[in-house]
Design a protein around this ligand. Structure first.
Ligand SMILES: CCCCC/C=C\C/C=C\C/C=C\C/C=C\CCCC(=O)SCCNC(=O)CCNC(=O)[C@H](O)C(C)(C)COP(=O)(O)OP(=O)(O)OC[C@H]1O[C@@H](n2cnc3c(N)ncnc32)[C@H](O)[C@@H]1OP(=O)(O)O
Length: 236
């Protein structure tokens, strides 16, 4: 299963309108989220901890990728990927990383398989939409049996941030407004459906909702503002 998914990913086009971008000119999703030679470490592929709903959603959307309407987004723990180097060069002005940076990992990929954030994202260019299928593991507990609100916020931020980055490039979250409507059971698969609502200069306004896999329950709603960073402008 893993091998066939990885093989399919390698053949998927990720450019606008589903066309494979020319060599050396990656499409928006590929630009920030993919690196061919790292695909063996892709954490967005099914593993034994994924429940039936998460697997089903993954398979449904991999099928939708075949006609180019949706693009699967690989995901890595972020160590030394091209995109983090870009971030460091552009935003940190090429300064040498400090000792913590050499150990740094993407927060959402820093737990062992099944214990924390299990998720996969797909992106629809025509509709400016990013969808995330997320299963929160036992280390993300808040109220007994339910996900911690901070863990939900984290996945919302990651999904909305992905939407914004695909739209304009490197961004940071300026604000995030979340309404928790129902608690999310630990270990259940949920769907985070996000869209870019408006772009005004460097400001990207995005929103999402979080629903159960059967779409019957709306757990959470959120809106957010991301700001496109200016290369060379110090963040500190
Ligand atoms: C995000 C990481 C990117 C890494 C890339 C590498 C790899 C990518 C691969 C995978 C990652 C995938 C997805 C991302 C995953 C997760 C996302 C996590 C994102 C975060 O976890 S991120 C941490 C929390 N985040 C912060 O730590 C930001 C702290 N903050 C600042 O660093 C500055 O605040 C900044 C940079 C936001 C803006 O600073 P700035 O100097 O560039 O811009 P400035 O202040 O001039 O504002 C310009 C115009 O925006 C308006 N404006 C600004 N802030 C506003 C607000 N809050 N409300 C309403 N309007 C606001 C102004 O009013 C002005 O408006 P106007 O032009 O009309 O006057």
């Amino acid at each position: 299963m893993l091998r066939s998914c990885a093989a399919r990913l390698r053949t998927l086009g990720a450019g606008r309108g589903g066309a494979r971008p020319p060599a050396g000119n990656p499409g928006p999703a590929q630009r920030w989220f993919s690196s061919e030679k790292l695909s063996a470490n892709d954490r967005s592929l099914p593993n034994p901890s994924w429940n039936k709903d998460l697997r089903l959603l993954f398979e449904q959307f991999m099928k939708k990728c075949e006609d180019g309407s949706w693009t699967h987004m690989p995901s890595y723990s972020y160590k030394n990927t091209l995109s983090t180097q870009d971030f460091t060069t552009l935003i940190r002005d090429g300064k040498l990383p400090n000792k913590h940076l050499s150990q740094a990992q993407l927060f959402t990929r820093s737990y062992e398989e099944g214990l924390g954030f299990e998720y996969v994202m797909f992106y629809n260019d025509a509709e400016n939409r990013t969808i995330c299928f997320f299963q929160g593991g036992p280390y993300l507990q808040g109220a007994p049996g339910f996900l911690h609100g901070g863990a939900i916020s984290t996945m919302i931020d990651a999904t909305l941030g992905t939407s914004a980055m695909i739209a304009v490039g490197i961004v940071m979250t300026a604000n995030l407004n979340i309404t928790f409507k129902r608690p999310i059971p630990l270990g259940s698969a949920v769907v985070i459906n996000s869209q870019v609502d408006k772009i005004e200069g460097r400001k990207v306004f995005v929103s999402c909702n979080v629903r159960s896999a059967d779409e019957k329950t709306v757990y959470t709603e959120a809106t957010s503002l991301f700001i496109k960073l200016e290369p060379g402008k110090s963040l500190t």
